[in-house]
Design a binder for this molecule. Structure first.
Ligand code: GTP
Ligand code: MG
Ligand code: ZN
Length: 313
């Protein structure tokens, strides 16, 4: 449910417990960390093994170019929160959806603080115009949209909430769980959140679902979002099927259906540019990951050569 260094909160048949991680805990995933949502084998009050994950939401670690971070493991749903009161930032929704689709879970867009919207229908339309088939729900702390969320969260499903600080994630969890267990705080006068939540934490809901609250994140760096990008921009892929050349890059090729559609419709153009931007970011990151892997291989080779020299007389 929650990871505090080498001690974790777990939910078992017997209820909640706090257990230490064994120094030799096995099954640790590639990224080297245990995350909220992981399943652990506990023996004699100590977590000894991590079970393989069926899904994981990854982002690039803030400030570190080539290291990934697991936001949550074994989730079924990713709730992408976007606070209303200002028009929803469509490019941010696309980015978050690309991340979410790549996790193996299904995203849902939550337009939070819907009481602050001057025109909910317009905000919903805008968000839906970039969300493909993903459901978009307007919610607020007074109860709007919560019935639909409870419906989605039935039967032991696990959802994770992501979004910038102050979008009302913890408030939403408190409303769904029916108590005020999680701290919440006013956003600052400039509209920025205060980073009230500092831990990722899984909460059991009375209706049967489980939800993971996370600290708000200003930037959402892609980590492994290639497949997710294709998913989010499925509409463009459909148009691209009409291009004359199958390998059309939609740049200068004749008979390009995507450029024709973009010339007719500024929203298609904006989406095309947004897709390219995300693809470039992912390509740069993949190149950086390659370089790092190569450097690690060289280091390892040097280490082995040195060890061999020391062994030989
Ligand atoms: N008007 C309005 N305010 C809300 C709503 N939901 C939450 N708030 C307020 O928004 C502020 C931020 O809410 P939090 O729940 O702390 O936001 P958060 O997303 O958990 O923020 P971090 O933990 O920093 O990521 C609080 O003052 C809440 O009372 C809502 O539906 N409408
Ligand atoms: Mg919070
Ligand atoms: Zn084309």
């Amino acid at each position: 449910m929650r990871v505090d260094g080498r001690v974790v909160n777990v939910l078992t048949d017997a209820g909640q417990e706090r257990v230490p991680l064994s120094a030799t805990v096995s099954g640790i995933p590639d990224d080297g960390t245990i995350a909220t949502g992981d399943w652990l084998v506990i023996e004699d009050g100590i977590a000894v093994r991590v079970l393989p994950r069926r899904s994981q939401l990854m982002r690039r670690a803030a400030g570190v170019a080539t290291s990934g971070q697991v936001v949550a493991a074994n989730i079924d749903l990713v709730f992408v929160t976007v606070a209303l009161g200002v028009p929803p930032r469509l490019r941010r929704i696309e980015r978050a959806l690309a991340m979410a689709w790549s996790s193996g879970a299904a995203p849902v867009v939550l337009l939070t603080k819907s009481d602050l919207s001057a025109d909910i229908e317009a905000d919903l339309r805008a968000a839906r115009s970039v969300s493909g088939g993903t459901e978009v729900i307007a919610v607020n702390a007074s109860g709007a949209g919560l019935a639909r969320l409870r419906e989605i969260l039935l039967e032991g499903l696990v959802a994770v909430l992501i979004g910038p600080s102050g979008t009302g994630k913890s408030t939403l969890v408190n409303r769904l769980s029916g108590n005020e267990a999680l701290a919440t705080a006013e956003v600052r006068a400039d509209g920025k959140g205060r980073h009230t939540t500092t831990h990722r934490e899984l909460i059991e809901l009375p209706g049967g679902g489980l939800i993971i609250d996370t600290p708000g994140t200003r930037e959402l760096g892609l980590w492994d979002a290639g497949a997710g990008i294709d998913e989010v921009f499925g509409d463009l892929t459909e148009v691209a099927a009409q291009c004359r050349f199958r390998n059309c890059k939609h740049e200068r090729e004749p008979g390009c259906a995507v450029r024709a559609a973009a010339a007719d419709d500024p929203t298609v153009l904006a989406r095309l540019e947004s897709k390219r931007k995300l693809e470039r970011e992912q390509e740069r990151l993949d190149a950086a990951k390659d370089m790092r892997a190569q450097a690690e291989r060289r280091r390892e080779l040097r280490r082995r050569t040195r060890a061999m020299r020391q062994q030989s007389p």
